[in-house]
Design a protein around this ligand. Structure first.
Ligand SMILES: [Zn+2]
Length: 468
């Protein structure tokens, strides 16, 4: 797969990828190769209930199926962000770890390094020598239960070497040299690889993304990116599709976690929504934008509770199950388990927190001069919120319950514009700021490679869905 190397290089470094026809061809070629791998990797999916197998005419490459991969594709690309100075320390470290007889000491509650050393029969003067090494060994003074320290010791309790993982990125290395112990803090080689995933939803986004091999975190992030335009409780349709390009972080060749979603597409009810990640060079803040540079972020979340079910919609007339008569329902009810967190749908100020008749425990937030939102039947308020305090969009304000006039645990949510009740599911929300004009070129330059890639992946995903 040596051409993948070129892809990565070109995607990251080509100064004008969008306007270069040869590159576009290359990108498409790579896309086909990528698809080839996707196909290969998804041949095991035929009996999976929630994801349709991915089949395509574009089998540019024959590759052995990897049964553990499902339709997630990993490319072993060299990271564009490898720190080469660290690569040298890698070989050094191998030298140091060669032929050592490591013993792993595990920190238990209440253990200090002294206790740990004592249990391992390491002589007390070794501890003093170690702690005299200065700044580097200070991390050993703050051990937590579960931490592991690897030591190489002689039979009479002399310390020859010590290895301690300070955090995901850094580790401490201590070696006995002829002149005594030396300590160095080193950084692991963290490599960023680009991965792709796509899926077709049969029942739920979570099921489909699980089948696609995505972590829950990544799924939540995907839902958060599109959550401004798509209500994942209400709008999901059988056959909806998603494609994403994301980072995976590797340490010493082993995956440690997912990185950022770089680009994504969600096709909901036949409508394509696209998101490109862009970091504003002046503020250094990352955001997701449509290909035309509009922020996906809206001033309000479409739904204040995650993955709940709408049990009652906005209507001017409906039958009330408890009052046994017709009355209007000027909000939306989200059925969710008691205790499910409720989020402020926009930045604002708490103007009411307390009990209010049939609403039970209720919170009202004022957003600027025109908007207000109301959250009712809460089992409890979040401890941090107070009357008059400011809240940020997405901040948890309380928990789903059934206080007041409620037949079961649910959130009753109201949205008002200039004091008038509006349907929170259909009202048009104001957008936040688009890409500033002065960053427009930079935005296109940095995101267009992913857009091209997304086009190829998505086109294939659609083709697959159609043939099934
Ligand atoms: Zn209601």
């Amino acid at each position: 797969m040596n051409y993948n190397r070129y892809i990565n290089k070109d995607f990251r470094k080509s100064p004008q990828p969008k306007r270069h026809p040869a590159l576009r061809g290359l990108v498409f070629g790579i896309g086909c190769a990528v698809l080839g791998v996707v196909i290969a990797n998804t041949t095991t999916l035929h009996d999976q209930p929630d994801i349709k197998p991915i089949i395509s005419q574009n089998s540019a490459q024959q590759q052995k199926p990897d049964t553990t991969e499902l339709n997630r594709l990993k490319l072993d690309l060299p990271s564009p962000r490898i720190n080469t100075s660290i690569e040298q320390s890698e070989s050094e470290r191998n030298e140091y770890s060669l032929e050592r007889e490591w013993q792993t000491l595990t920190v238990k509650p209440g253990y200090s390094l002294a206790v740990l050393f004592n249990k391992a029969k390491i002589k007390a003067d070794q501890l003093h020598e170690l702690m005299r090494l200065g700044q580097d060994t200070q991390c050993l003074a703050r051990l937590h239960p579960g931490d592991e320290i690897k030591v190489d010791i002689t039979e009479d309790g002399q310390l020859l070497a010590l290895h301690y993982e300070i955090n995901e990125e850094q580790y401490l290395r201590v070696i006995r040299q002829p002149e005594g112990l030396t300590a160095t803090t080193l950084t692991h080689e963290i490599e960023t690889r680009i991965a792709y995933a796509s899926g077709i939803i049969d029942s739920s986004l979570f099921m489909a993304s699980q089948e696609a091999g995505l972590s829950n975190n990544l799924t939540m992030e995907l839902a958060a990116i599109f959550g401004w335009d798509i209500d994942f409780a209400l709008d999901i349709r059988h056959g909806d599709q998603f494609t994403l390009i994301y980072e995976e972080l590797f340490k010493d060749g082993e995956k440690i976690k997912d990185g950022n979603i770089l680009a994504a597409e969600f096709i909901n009810d036949g409508r394509s929504h696209r998101a490109l990640r862009y970091v504003d060079p002046t503020t250094n803040r990352a955001g997701y934008y449509s290909p035309d540079g509009l922020s996906l972020r809206k001033a309000f979340l479409r739904s204040p509770v995650n993955f709940s079910r709408i049990s009652s919609r906005f209507t001017t007339k409906r039958y009330h199950p408890l009052l046994h008569k017709f009355r209007s329902h000027k909000g939306v009810d989200y059925a969710a388990a008691r205790g499910t967190p409720i989020k402020a749908s926009g930045d604002g100020k708490i103007i009411f927190k307390g009990r209010k008749g049939g609403y039970g425990k209720v919170v009202i937030i004022k957003h600027g001069s025109r908007y207000s939102t109301l959250y009712a039947h809460l089992s409890n308020f979040d401890r941090k919120i107070r009357n008059g305090s400011r809240v940020r969009q997405g901040q948890v304000i309380g928990y789903v319950g059934s206080t007041g006039l409620a037949s079961g645990p649910h959130l009753h949510y109201e949205f008002r514009v200039n004091g008038v009740h509006r349907n929170p599911l259909t009202v048009r929300f104001p957008s936040t700021k688009p890409i500033p004009e002065r960053h427009r070129d930079n935005f296109e330059l940095t995101t267009s490679p992913y857009l091209v890639q997304l086009n190829v992946l998505s086109r294939n995903n659609i083709a697959l869905n159609d043939t099934n």
